[in-house]
Design a binder for this molecule. Structure first.
Ligand SMILES: [Zn+2]
Length: 121
């Protein structure tokens, strides 16, 4: 069953926060040379940190986030963004099908006229 246009728009309006890109969990060394993260035998890296990678105007923009409310908002935003994309492609498919069916109707109309005009008596 396909969703109606207005139901799609209604759901889209409610999708907030919206965040593009992706999150990557990271464990990193720090700048202190004597820290446990630089231990040559069993380095214990710091983290988790979350690298949020997205594109703004064709440029890749990275933000490092610690666990907390901002990270939770970005996670929710990315989920919403995927839902938004799914809804949008559904909408686009419906709109394009409408365009194509009117094209087909025009074609059929054209053929009928063609047959009518050139039918032999
Ligand atoms: Zn360290």
């Amino acid at each position: 069953m396909t969703m109606s246009r207005s139901i799609i728009w209604q759901e889209m309006i409610q999708l907030s926060p919206l965040c593009s890109g992706s999150l990557h969990e990271q464990y990193l060394p720090c700048g202190k040379p004597r820290c446990r993260c630089h231990d040559s035998k069993s380095p214990q890296l710091h983290g988790p940190y979350y690298l949020w990678v997205r594109r703004i105007g064709g440029r890749q923009v990275n933000r490092t986030l610690r666990p907390g409310p901002d990270l939770e908002k970005v996670k929710a935003g990315i989920e919403n963004y995927h839902r938004m994309q799914a809804l949008f492609s559904d909408l686009l498919k419906q709109e394009e099908e409408k365009v194509l069916s009117s094209e087909r109707a025009a074609e059929t109309e054209g053929k009928k006229n063609f047959r009518r005009r050139f039918r032999k008596p």
